[in-house]
Design a protein around this ligand. Sequence first.
Ligand SMILES: O=C(O)CCC(=O)C(=O)O
Length: 248
Amino acid sequence: MRLTEAQKRFYAENGFLAVENVVPAERMAAMRQRIEELCARWDSAEARRVGVQQEAEIAGAMTRDKTAQTVRKFSNLVPYEPVFKAHATDPDLLDMVEDLIGTPLSLYADQALLKPPFVGSEKMPHQDNAYFRVVPDSAVITCWCALDDATVENGCMHYMPGTHRWGVVEHEHVPGTPHLVPKGYDPAKAVAVPIKAGGVIFHHSCTLHHSPANNTPHWRRAFVCHFVRSDAEMPARPADSPPLLRLR
Ligand SMILES: O=C(O)CCC(=O)C(=O)O
């Protein structure tokens, strides 16, 4: 599934791009079902091997019980979970990634980011490359796949257009919290990007973004793949990391 020139131009100008109706319905159902199973068994070995994180474990979160209804994140699903590997290696998806960052292409990391009903907390503003430090910063891209309809009310993605041209910016303390946020982040200038389940949003590694809390009785779940050009420098990856999953 190739991107149009207009879509490529939108990404180049804004640092993000939403594309609706990308993921087949059967795979969507299978990914949702597997997330439900992992949440239900959040304290099992199979959930722990995909790095389960609870809302109660994040800095600044109010102390709360850990249950199937408070799971915030699973990391590194692709090596263990076939349905998520099928998504990360889907040729239609990779065509679009290739259109935006080129080849050779690898998977840098993957995670399921969940906002449970009423409990899902805000994701503070950040730039992905503040963590990844990939060089050049245009060589890494995030593909955020909506497993549920993502809305303003349940915590959809918000982006500050054009900030992918800023490079990685300095961060400052949010008074009264342990959080650091990028200097120059202005939530009033961030654009909400609601998207239906099965759609994806691509964003550049330097695009400033955040997502608000989920104030609804419904889950907001996403499966996120960070793709990288295999020929980029990746100084934040420990030397003894397993080899990257090469894609094309
Ligand atoms: O899913 C979210 O709410 C935040 C996602 C995010 O920050 C990212 O994919 O870089």
